[in-house]
Design a protein around this ligand. Sequence first.
Ligand SMILES: [Zn+2]
Length: 271
Amino acid sequence: MAYKIAIDPGHGGRDPGAVYEGRQEKDDVLELALAVGQILEDSGADVVYTRVDDVYNTPFEKATMGNNSGADLFVSFHRNATPTPGSANGAEVLVYSDEGLPAQVARNVLAELSEAGFANRGVIERKNLVVLRRTQMPAVLLEVGFIDNPEDNQTFDSEFEQIAQGIADGILESVGITSAPSQGMENPDEEMPVPDGSEPEVLYRVQVGAYRERNYAYDMLNQLLADGFPAFILYDDNLYRVQVGAFANLENAIRMERSLREYGYNTYITT
Ligand SMILES: [Zn+2]
């Protein structure tokens, strides 16, 4: 079985995380986490995401998603901030206990982030963070520069690809994956063409079930919500259709589908 990595973009939905001059932590970390996840997948790792869109889950739910996915490693993505904007800079990695795999991942990732231009603030033990304490697998929380520091933001934006590649490399070398990118033969449905965005009115919905009995639909809805998915019911044609998310970008719908399948749901994408 492939090595499985849970990617947790911090915050989301009604929780923006740190905000500085209109820039929101939840957006930065989602973009970065998805980029890192893609590189990890291309390198042959199994990747699951606690969110692939702008949705809110509690840290406890995020940790639970990681645990339910059976991931071997949990990586949470954040950006830092201080009470006094601009007074601090650099990257740090938080771990529950500075030993074992988390310590290794932390140092390798920090070395890469340092090369990308962030000051290295080192590894910090934190006992009270839910995503570090409640996760059953080794876990790290990356603070990728300070969002309230314009120079760190400049580094984040201008070196984005190097940062994403660096974090992925730091993780992969820590867990011993060095293989070339797989050719994706196991998931041919991932090779569906992605539209160029010229038809933004089309929304891709991930459907998990369609029922004539309302109760069955609500049972499925509640199970999805309990697992942290942004599910809802669409009733038409005498059917209760249980769906998760509506995406303008097919790629994001596919990511959601993959995430659902990791939880054992049967899915297909509809428009
Ligand atoms: Zn955060």
